[in-house]
Design a protein around this ligand. Structure first.
Ligand code: ZN
Length: 362
Protein backbone atom coordinates (compact mmCIF):
# COMPACT_ATOMS: atom_id res chain seq x y z
CA UNK A 1 0.00 0.00 0.00
CA UNK A 2 3.03 2.30 -0.32
CA UNK A 3 1.41 4.05 -3.28
CA UNK A 4 -1.92 4.79 -1.62
CA UNK A 5 -2.89 8.29 -0.55
CA UNK A 6 -1.46 9.15 2.84
CA UNK A 7 -3.82 9.24 5.80
CA UNK A 8 -3.50 11.59 8.78
CA UNK A 9 -5.13 10.48 12.05
CA UNK A 10 -5.83 13.45 14.27
CA UNK A 11 -6.78 13.91 17.91
CA UNK A 12 -6.53 16.67 20.52
CA UNK A 13 -4.63 16.15 23.77
CA UNK A 14 -6.39 18.70 25.98
CA UNK A 15 -9.58 17.95 27.92
CA UNK A 16 -12.32 19.86 29.72
CA UNK A 17 -11.18 19.81 33.35
CA UNK A 18 -14.38 19.70 35.37
CA UNK A 19 -14.65 18.27 38.88
CA UNK A 20 -17.37 17.74 41.41
CA UNK A 21 -17.51 20.39 44.09
CA UNK A 22 -16.70 17.90 46.84
CA UNK A 23 -13.35 16.67 45.44
CA UNK A 24 -10.02 18.29 46.27
CA UNK A 25 -8.63 17.29 42.88
CA UNK A 26 -5.99 19.66 41.43
CA UNK A 27 -5.82 19.21 37.65
CA UNK A 28 -2.35 20.74 37.43
CA UNK A 29 -0.74 18.00 39.54
CA UNK A 30 -3.15 15.16 40.29
CA UNK A 31 -3.61 12.28 37.85
CA UNK A 32 -7.09 11.37 36.64
CA UNK A 33 -8.36 8.28 38.52
CA UNK A 34 -10.24 6.18 35.97
CA UNK A 35 -12.33 3.17 36.94
CA UNK A 36 -14.68 0.73 35.26
CA UNK A 37 -18.30 0.86 36.33
CA UNK A 38 -20.22 -1.95 34.64
CA UNK A 39 -19.68 -1.32 30.96
CA UNK A 40 -18.67 2.32 31.45
CA UNK A 41 -15.20 3.74 31.90
CA UNK A 42 -15.46 6.78 34.09
CA UNK A 43 -13.35 8.83 36.53
CA UNK A 44 -13.56 9.52 40.23
CA UNK A 45 -15.00 12.98 40.81
CA UNK A 46 -13.69 14.49 37.58
CA UNK A 47 -14.20 14.39 33.85
CA UNK A 48 -12.33 11.48 32.32
CA UNK A 49 -10.67 13.18 29.37
CA UNK A 50 -11.93 10.46 27.02
CA UNK A 51 -12.61 13.48 24.83
CA UNK A 52 -10.25 13.16 23.12
CA UNK A 53 -7.98 10.71 24.95
CA UNK A 54 -9.89 7.84 23.42
CA UNK A 55 -9.21 9.09 19.89
CA UNK A 56 -5.57 9.68 20.72
CA UNK A 57 -5.27 6.11 22.06
CA UNK A 58 -6.91 4.81 18.87
CA UNK A 59 -4.37 6.70 16.71
CA UNK A 60 -1.44 5.35 18.72
CA UNK A 61 -2.89 1.83 18.62
CA UNK A 62 -2.91 1.99 14.82
CA UNK A 63 0.74 3.10 14.84
CA UNK A 64 1.66 0.32 17.27
CA UNK A 65 -0.20 -2.38 15.39
CA UNK A 66 1.76 -4.90 13.35
CA UNK A 67 -1.23 -6.37 11.55
CA UNK A 68 -3.37 -3.47 10.27
CA UNK A 69 -2.80 -2.99 6.57
CA UNK A 70 -2.34 0.63 5.67
CA UNK A 71 -0.66 3.11 3.37
CA UNK A 72 1.47 6.02 4.56
CA UNK A 73 0.27 7.15 7.99
CA UNK A 74 0.77 10.25 10.06
CA UNK A 75 -0.65 11.04 13.50
CA UNK A 76 -1.35 14.67 14.39
CA UNK A 77 -2.01 15.51 18.06
CA UNK A 78 -3.05 19.10 18.70
CA UNK A 79 -3.34 21.18 21.87
CA UNK A 80 -6.10 23.53 23.01
CA UNK A 81 -9.05 22.25 21.02
CA UNK A 82 -11.51 23.10 23.78
CA UNK A 83 -10.66 26.75 24.31
CA UNK A 84 -9.55 28.36 21.09
CA UNK A 85 -8.03 25.72 18.75
CA UNK A 86 -4.65 27.43 18.85
CA UNK A 87 -3.02 24.05 18.24
CA UNK A 88 -4.87 23.51 14.97
CA UNK A 89 -4.37 27.15 13.96
CA UNK A 90 -0.63 26.71 14.58
CA UNK A 91 -0.28 23.89 12.04
CA UNK A 92 2.06 24.99 9.26
CA UNK A 93 0.85 24.63 5.71
CA UNK A 94 2.58 21.74 3.96
CA UNK A 95 3.78 20.19 7.21
CA UNK A 96 1.66 17.07 6.72
CA UNK A 97 2.08 14.80 3.71
CA UNK A 98 -1.21 12.87 3.87
CA UNK A 99 -4.15 13.97 1.77
CA UNK A 100 -6.92 12.42 3.87
CA UNK A 101 -7.44 13.56 7.45
CA UNK A 102 -9.50 11.47 9.85
CA UNK A 103 -10.45 13.37 12.95
CA UNK A 104 -11.13 11.02 15.87
CA UNK A 105 -13.16 13.46 17.97
CA UNK A 106 -16.68 12.45 16.94
CA UNK A 107 -19.04 10.96 19.50
CA UNK A 108 -21.46 8.69 17.70
CA UNK A 109 -20.69 5.02 17.50
CA UNK A 110 -20.33 3.63 13.98
CA UNK A 111 -20.78 6.95 12.18
CA UNK A 112 -18.38 9.04 10.20
CA UNK A 113 -19.11 12.73 9.83
CA UNK A 114 -17.92 14.41 6.67
CA UNK A 115 -17.39 18.00 7.66
CA UNK A 116 -17.79 20.05 10.78
CA UNK A 117 -19.44 23.30 11.78
CA UNK A 118 -17.34 26.43 11.72
CA UNK A 119 -17.61 28.91 14.54
CA UNK A 120 -16.74 32.30 15.93
CA UNK A 121 -16.79 33.93 19.36
CA UNK A 122 -18.78 37.13 19.75
CA UNK A 123 -18.38 39.61 22.61
CA UNK A 124 -20.78 42.46 23.31
CA UNK A 125 -19.28 44.86 25.83
CA UNK A 126 -21.14 47.65 27.61
CA UNK A 127 -19.31 50.41 29.45
CA UNK A 128 -21.11 50.93 32.72
CA UNK A 129 -22.13 54.24 34.21
CA UNK A 130 -23.11 53.94 37.84
CA UNK A 131 -24.75 56.42 40.17
CA UNK A 132 -25.59 56.89 43.82
CA UNK A 133 -28.55 54.85 45.06
CA UNK A 134 -31.23 56.86 46.86
CA UNK A 135 -32.84 55.70 50.11
CA UNK A 136 -35.59 53.16 50.56
CA UNK A 137 -34.06 50.30 48.56
CA UNK A 138 -33.53 46.68 49.56
CA UNK A 139 -30.85 44.43 48.03
CA UNK A 140 -32.00 41.18 46.40
CA UNK A 141 -30.57 38.51 44.10
CA UNK A 142 -32.80 37.00 41.41
CA UNK A 143 -31.50 33.51 40.87
CA UNK A 144 -32.32 30.97 38.16
CA UNK A 145 -31.02 27.42 38.70
CA UNK A 146 -31.76 23.81 37.97
CA UNK A 147 -31.66 23.90 34.17
CA UNK A 148 -30.22 20.97 32.22
CA UNK A 149 -27.52 22.91 30.38
CA UNK A 150 -25.55 20.94 27.81
CA UNK A 151 -23.18 21.46 24.93
CA UNK A 152 -23.95 24.30 22.55
CA UNK A 153 -22.95 22.07 19.61
CA UNK A 154 -24.68 18.82 20.59
CA UNK A 155 -27.74 20.04 22.51
CA UNK A 156 -28.76 23.36 21.00
CA UNK A 157 -31.79 21.85 19.21
CA UNK A 158 -33.14 19.94 22.22
CA UNK A 159 -35.32 22.71 23.63
CA UNK A 160 -33.23 23.16 26.76
CA UNK A 161 -33.60 26.60 28.27
CA UNK A 162 -30.86 29.21 28.48
CA UNK A 163 -30.70 30.73 31.99
CA UNK A 164 -29.28 34.02 30.67
CA UNK A 165 -32.20 34.44 28.29
CA UNK A 166 -34.78 33.59 30.98
CA UNK A 167 -33.29 36.19 33.30
CA UNK A 168 -33.31 38.80 30.51
CA UNK A 169 -36.92 37.98 29.78
CA UNK A 170 -37.99 38.56 33.37
CA UNK A 171 -36.04 41.82 33.67
CA UNK A 172 -37.40 43.11 30.35
CA UNK A 173 -40.91 42.36 31.52
CA UNK A 174 -40.77 43.74 35.05
CA UNK A 175 -37.73 45.94 35.79
CA UNK A 176 -39.57 49.20 35.08
CA UNK A 177 -42.81 48.13 36.67
CA UNK A 178 -40.95 47.24 39.89
CA UNK A 179 -38.52 50.17 39.81
CA UNK A 180 -35.59 47.72 39.92
CA UNK A 181 -32.05 49.06 39.84
CA UNK A 182 -29.50 46.68 38.39
CA UNK A 183 -26.24 46.16 40.29
CA UNK A 184 -24.78 43.24 38.33
CA UNK A 185 -25.75 40.31 36.11
CA UNK A 186 -23.95 37.00 35.76
CA UNK A 187 -24.72 33.69 34.11
CA UNK A 188 -23.11 30.65 32.54
CA UNK A 189 -19.46 29.64 32.64
CA UNK A 190 -18.41 28.77 29.08
CA UNK A 191 -19.36 30.03 25.64
CA UNK A 192 -19.92 26.48 24.44
CA UNK A 193 -22.12 25.40 27.35
CA UNK A 194 -25.83 26.20 27.50
CA UNK A 195 -26.01 28.16 30.76
CA UNK A 196 -27.75 26.31 33.60
CA UNK A 197 -27.67 29.21 36.04
CA UNK A 198 -27.93 32.98 35.97
CA UNK A 199 -28.43 35.68 38.58
CA UNK A 200 -28.93 39.41 38.88
CA UNK A 201 -28.13 41.49 41.93
CA UNK A 202 -30.64 44.29 42.16
CA UNK A 203 -31.90 47.05 44.40
CA UNK A 204 -35.67 47.18 44.71
CA UNK A 205 -37.86 49.78 46.47
CA UNK A 206 -38.80 48.28 49.84
CA UNK A 207 -42.48 48.76 49.00
CA UNK A 208 -42.11 46.47 45.93
CA UNK A 209 -40.31 43.50 47.52
CA UNK A 210 -43.50 41.53 47.97
CA UNK A 211 -44.62 42.17 44.42
CA UNK A 212 -41.18 41.18 43.11
CA UNK A 213 -41.30 37.88 44.99
CA UNK A 214 -44.76 37.05 43.76
CA UNK A 215 -43.90 37.95 40.14
CA UNK A 216 -40.72 35.85 40.25
CA UNK A 217 -42.66 32.92 41.74
CA UNK A 218 -45.25 33.33 39.02
CA UNK A 219 -42.47 33.37 36.41
CA UNK A 220 -41.25 30.03 37.80
CA UNK A 221 -44.67 28.43 37.45
CA UNK A 222 -45.06 29.90 33.98
CA UNK A 223 -41.67 28.48 32.90
CA UNK A 224 -42.50 25.11 34.44
CA UNK A 225 -45.68 25.10 32.40
CA UNK A 226 -43.93 26.24 29.23
CA UNK A 227 -40.67 24.25 29.42
CA UNK A 228 -41.48 21.46 31.88
CA UNK A 229 -41.42 18.70 29.29
CA UNK A 230 -37.69 19.30 28.87
CA UNK A 231 -36.67 21.28 31.95
CA UNK A 232 -37.90 19.24 34.89
CA UNK A 233 -36.22 21.04 37.82
CA UNK A 234 -36.43 24.76 37.13
CA UNK A 235 -35.74 26.61 40.40
CA UNK A 236 -36.14 30.37 40.75
CA UNK A 237 -35.49 32.18 44.00
CA UNK A 238 -35.28 35.68 45.40
CA UNK A 239 -32.38 35.86 47.87
CA UNK A 240 -31.11 38.66 50.12
CA UNK A 241 -28.17 40.70 48.84
CA UNK A 242 -25.98 43.17 50.75
CA UNK A 243 -25.70 46.22 48.54
CA UNK A 244 -22.05 47.24 48.31
CA UNK A 245 -21.99 48.54 44.73
CA UNK A 246 -23.70 51.45 43.02
CA UNK A 247 -26.51 50.68 40.60
CA UNK A 248 -26.22 51.22 36.86
CA UNK A 249 -27.77 54.39 35.51
CA UNK A 250 -31.31 53.80 34.20
CA UNK A 251 -30.15 54.48 30.62
CA UNK A 252 -27.40 51.81 30.69
CA UNK A 253 -29.63 49.41 32.58
CA UNK A 254 -32.39 49.51 29.98
CA UNK A 255 -29.94 49.09 27.08
CA UNK A 256 -28.42 46.02 28.75
CA UNK A 257 -31.73 44.41 29.63
CA UNK A 258 -32.97 45.02 26.09
CA UNK A 259 -29.80 43.48 24.63
CA UNK A 260 -30.03 40.30 26.74
CA UNK A 261 -33.70 39.95 25.87
CA UNK A 262 -33.24 40.69 22.16
CA UNK A 263 -30.08 38.64 21.70
CA UNK A 264 -30.82 35.83 19.24
CA UNK A 265 -30.16 32.41 20.75
CA UNK A 266 -30.52 28.76 19.78
CA UNK A 267 -31.17 27.27 16.36
CA UNK A 268 -31.20 29.83 13.56
CA UNK A 269 -31.58 27.35 10.69
CA UNK A 270 -31.79 23.59 10.23
CA UNK A 271 -29.96 21.89 7.37
CA UNK A 272 -31.95 21.45 4.17
CA UNK A 273 -29.73 18.53 3.23
CA UNK A 274 -29.74 16.29 6.28
CA UNK A 275 -32.87 15.84 8.37
CA UNK A 276 -32.44 16.73 12.01
CA UNK A 277 -29.06 18.41 11.60
CA UNK A 278 -28.65 22.00 12.76
CA UNK A 279 -27.02 24.23 10.16
CA UNK A 280 -26.65 27.50 12.05
CA UNK A 281 -26.98 28.27 15.76
CA UNK A 282 -25.68 30.45 18.54
CA UNK A 283 -25.49 30.29 22.31
CA UNK A 284 -25.58 33.28 24.68
CA UNK A 285 -23.23 31.38 26.95
CA UNK A 286 -21.81 33.83 29.47
CA UNK A 287 -22.72 37.14 31.08
CA UNK A 288 -20.20 38.82 33.38
CA UNK A 289 -20.23 42.14 35.21
CA UNK A 290 -17.21 44.07 36.45
CA UNK A 291 -17.30 47.47 38.11
CA UNK A 292 -17.05 49.35 34.82
CA UNK A 293 -18.19 46.91 32.15
CA UNK A 294 -20.69 44.17 31.41
CA UNK A 295 -20.03 41.55 28.73
CA UNK A 296 -22.21 39.11 26.82
CA UNK A 297 -20.31 36.21 25.24
CA UNK A 298 -21.85 34.15 22.44
CA UNK A 299 -20.59 31.27 20.37
CA UNK A 300 -21.91 31.12 16.80
CA UNK A 301 -21.72 27.86 14.81
CA UNK A 302 -22.62 27.07 11.22
CA UNK A 303 -22.09 24.43 8.58
CA UNK A 304 -22.11 27.29 6.08
CA UNK A 305 -19.61 30.14 6.46
CA UNK A 306 -22.26 32.47 5.04
CA UNK A 307 -24.63 31.41 7.81
CA UNK A 308 -21.98 32.28 10.36
CA UNK A 309 -21.51 35.73 8.78
CA UNK A 310 -25.24 36.30 8.82
CA UNK A 311 -25.48 35.68 12.56
CA UNK A 312 -22.38 37.82 13.11
CA UNK A 313 -24.05 40.71 11.32
CA UNK A 314 -27.29 40.15 13.22
CA UNK A 315 -25.45 40.31 16.57
CA UNK A 316 -23.49 43.36 15.43
CA UNK A 317 -26.70 45.19 14.47
CA UNK A 318 -28.43 44.26 17.70
CA UNK A 319 -25.39 45.10 19.85
CA UNK A 320 -24.85 48.45 18.18
CA UNK A 321 -28.51 49.38 18.58
CA UNK A 322 -28.01 48.72 22.29
CA UNK A 323 -24.82 50.77 22.41
CA UNK A 324 -22.44 47.85 22.96
CA UNK A 325 -18.98 47.41 21.50
CA UNK A 326 -19.23 44.24 19.39
CA UNK A 327 -16.14 42.15 18.64
CA UNK A 328 -15.54 38.77 17.00
CA UNK A 329 -12.56 36.48 17.52
CA UNK A 330 -11.24 32.97 16.99
CA UNK A 331 -13.20 32.36 13.78
CA UNK A 332 -12.74 29.00 12.10
CA UNK A 333 -14.37 27.90 8.87
CA UNK A 334 -16.80 25.02 8.41
CA UNK A 335 -14.71 21.90 8.03
CA UNK A 336 -15.73 20.76 4.58
CA UNK A 337 -17.20 21.79 1.27
CA UNK A 338 -19.23 18.61 1.51
CA UNK A 339 -22.20 19.81 3.53
CA UNK A 340 -24.55 17.31 2.06
CA UNK A 341 -23.03 13.92 2.69
CA UNK A 342 -22.65 11.68 5.62
CA UNK A 343 -21.87 8.02 5.38
CA UNK A 344 -22.43 5.37 7.94
CA UNK A 345 -19.86 2.72 8.67
CA UNK A 346 -21.22 -0.04 10.82
CA UNK A 347 -18.55 -1.30 13.10
CA UNK A 348 -18.14 -5.03 13.47
CA UNK A 349 -16.36 -4.79 16.75
CA UNK A 350 -18.19 -3.75 19.91
CA UNK A 351 -17.13 -0.24 20.90
CA UNK A 352 -19.67 0.38 23.59
CA UNK A 353 -17.28 0.81 26.46
CA UNK A 354 -15.01 3.33 24.82
CA UNK A 355 -17.78 5.36 23.24
CA UNK A 356 -19.62 5.49 26.52
CA UNK A 357 -16.57 6.95 28.15
CA UNK A 358 -16.41 9.67 25.56
CA UNK A 359 -19.98 10.63 26.25
CA UNK A 360 -19.37 10.80 30.00
CA UNK A 361 -16.41 13.08 29.59
CA UNK A 362 -18.23 16.11 28.19
ZN1 ZN B 1 -12.98 16.71 21.72
Amino acid sequence: MENRKGVVLQAHIDMVPQKNEDTGHDFSVDPIRPYIDGEWVTAEGTTLGADNGMGMAACLAVLASKDIEHGPLEVLLTIDEEAGMTGAFGLKEGWLEGEILLNTDSEQEGEIYMGCAGGVDASLTFNLDRQELGGGYVGKTLQIKGLKGGHSGCDIHTGRANANKLLGRFLAGHANELGLRLLSVRGGTLRNAIPREAAADIAVPASNVEKLTSLFNYFESLLTEELGAVETSIALSVLDHDISEQPLTPAVQSRIIAAINACPNGVVRMSDDIAGVVETSLNLGVITTESDKLTLLCLIRSLADSGRSYVESMLKSMGELAGAKVAFSGAYPAGSQIRTQRSCMCSERPMKRSMAACRISW
